[in-house]
Ligand binder design. Sequence first.
Ligand SMILES: [Zn+2]
Ligand SMILES: [Zn+2]
Length: 374
Amino acid sequence: MNFIMKYWDIFVEGYSSYSSYLWYEITHPGWHNYFYWLLVVSAFFFILELATPWRKDQPKFRKDFWLDFFYMFFNFFLFSLIIYNAASDVVVNLFNDGIKAITGGFDLQANNPLNGAPLWLILIVGFLVRDFVQWWVHRLLHRSDFLWEFHKVHHSVQQMGFAAHLRYHWMENVVYRSLEYIPLALLGIGLYDFFIIHIFTLAVGHYNHSNITVPGYVTGGVLGLLVGLVIATGGFDVNLLQDPSMGVQFATVAGSVAVGSLLVGPFMKKIFNSPEMHIWHHSYDLPEEHRYGVNFGLTLACWDYIFGTAYIPYNGRDIRLGFPGVETFPEGFVSQNLHGFVGANKEERVMENGLPGVSGNGTTKDDVPTSSVK
Ligand SMILES: [Zn+2]
Ligand SMILES: [Zn+2]
């Protein structure tokens, strides 16, 4: 009983300390908190959408803009943080205690391979591991009938824009956070490291869903700018420059932008996800050979190229978005978040699968795919 109480205490402790932390964040604007990052990053992409829209005839306040706006704060702010922190402490403690019990005292944290590594290395490894795990989790969301019902909320977007990034069922938080946590805990990725990684992936995720189209030399230049700023200021334990003068710092940033734009730029769309690639992930119709989906990448595109799930047959600017059955999918926040537990029935799946005999009028429709979009 004591054993259970210990984990319960850790769980409650995680929630209460985090609630006060979150309240502090909201009431203390600054550059080191999530809440204001979310505002700034969202405003940035919204302005870009207004200034240079990819789909020029899409309304500025597209269908479901405000629904997605609400989802942004609900998911990003409340759930991902609260659940992450509370559950992670539980998982870490259970995990460490479990390993110790099984191995007779082996201390996982003390033997963490990244102990003593500079922050930049921890961030890069943490980012790569997390993105790779997320890629597989995303595939799982499409492959499993049970999980797909939850993930449909994200795929119910019919007009794409930056805020659609965070339209997803609350269960996705549970699935993603718990599955990605264990490898990150193994590597000893702390909450602060996770913050930095998460802000970066937030920005790329917003970008992927934005109604904009940006050439690789521009995104490569932006990446070069970020790297240059880190090197010039010696951030994240990068110690390439010893007490650089202003001139050296400026030259470092300028050089890094040039390298990013000219050398990395041509490969940016193969390395990182993009609106041009992710729009196909949201395609209503999918090719027969990819009936469980394409372009699963969240931040990086390279996993899809490595594992053969990359698919950009032509410019997808104006393709139809959603999935067969999206026409009758719940439209409100509450009903969408109950979906998967209630409302999903077998008949619906049969209809979505476009199997014979369910169209009701006995005619064959060419526009009904023979497999479901998953
Ligand atoms: Zn998906
Ligand atoms: Zn998406």
